[in-house]
Design a protein around this ligand. Structure first.
Ligand SMILES: NC(=O)c1ccc[n+]([C@@H]2O[C@H](COP(=O)([O-])OP(=O)(O)OC[C@H]3O[C@@H](n4cnc5c(N)ncnc54)[C@H](OP(=O)(O)O)[C@@H]3O)[C@@H](O)[C@H]2O)c1
Length: 292
């Protein structure tokens, strides 16, 4: 009998994450939905239970502190992970900082997957097992610009560029994660899912009304889920790692995402902000001062 895979999907209560969870469940995986809002999470769990084996894991990825709590809940529910989909994401229209002083999109889109990769490492692969990590990325990464001094705190906040920058951060670290996980049999790939009709980046006012109108022309969440699920399950992609896909097409990363010196500094900064190094307290303290 074929082994049932355990798949963890963050931000799975709506949008692309919901559609990914549904497709994984329909294809026979046991799916753990990570959702920050209990009510929305339970609703998604109920709806998705009609398609397969689905369980809710409460988890808020807004700050490294809450992400640690989410990781503990994931490990309790699911001690062996075959598929980890980093899907949760935000596109804020204005600067918001967490209680640690870190800009919201930087925390959710960049630091949360970084920290989860570390904290969930022991549940992924090892001892002859394999696992896949899929980072839901965005083609807009090419517009990103990382400022190691200011981006974490949102000092350079911009309503479009900040989102792009957080997606660039994921891709700058892709190759390093691929190298780190290779000995455990874990692959790490990133995918742009297309331009998809979801709540991402919704705005209020006239701009919001216009945006909602334009979104009617965009693809459905189910269409956005397909390239993500392909990276998670397609047997022809076994062993493929450290790659970026535009939908189903493997695509070389633009130069801006291939700066290894910047990647090394970004990695060290993320370790510090996430409390993974002795310098952590200092760096997080710096960020929280900026939030005062
Ligand atoms: N839509 C597109 O055109 C597009 C294009 C390229 C890439 N993407 C990427 O696709 C991914 C999914 O986006 P989407 O379009 O499906 O957006 P969405 O409909 O806005 O869904 C985002 C999901 O992330 C969750 N989330 C946000 N902040 C969170 C937090 N602090 N902790 C836990 N979960 C959190 C949301 O939960 P709540 O319901 O609680 O807010 C929601 O479930 C994102 O990474 C996005 O960058 C989307």
């Amino acid at each position: 009998m074929k082994k049932q895979l355990s798949a963890v999907v963050t931000g799975a209560n709506r949008g692309i994450g919901f559609a990914v969870a549904r497709e994984l469940a329909e294809r026979g995986s046991r799916v753990f939905l990570v959702a920050r809002n209990g009510e929305a999470g339970l609703r998604a769990e109920r709806e998705l239970s009609g398609f397969g084996d689905v369980r809710l894991v409460p988890g808020d990825l807004s700050t490294p502190r809450t992400t640690r709590m989410a990781a503990r809940s994931v490990l309790d529910a699911c001690p062996r992970i075959d598929v980890l989909v980093h899907n949760a994401g935000v596109w804020p229209s204005r600067l918001e900082r967490g209680d640690d002083g870190i800009e919201r999109a930087f925390a959710v889109n960049h630091l949360a997957p970084f920290l989860l990769n570390h904290l969930l490492e022991r549940a992924l692969g090892g001892e002859g097992a394999t696992a896949r990590i899929v980072q839901v990325s965005a083609g807009l990464y090419v517009k990103g610009r990382v400022d190691l001094e200011g981006t974490a705190r949102g000092d350079d906040f911009h309503a479009i560029r900040t989102y792009a920058t957080t997606k660039l951060c994921n891709l700058l670290l892709l190759e390093r994660f691929a190298e780190r996980f290779e000995p455990r049999g874990v692959t790490v790939n990133a995918v742009h899912p297309g331009v998809i009709r979801t709540g991402l980046g919704d705005r209020s006012g006239l701009l919001g009304v216009l945006l909602r109108g334009v979104k009617q022309l965009w693809k459905t969440p189910e269409q956005g889920a397909r390239p993500v699920v392909r990276l998670a399950l397609d047997p022809t992609l076994a062993g493929v790692t450290g790659r970026y896909f535009d939908l189903d097409k493997e695509t070389p990363l633009a130069g801006v995402a291939r700066d290894r010196a910047l990647a090394a500094r970004l990695w060290a900064q993320a370790e510090a902000l996430c409390g993974l190094t002795p310098k952590a307290h200092h760096a997080a303290g710096d960020a929280s001062k900026a939030g005062e």
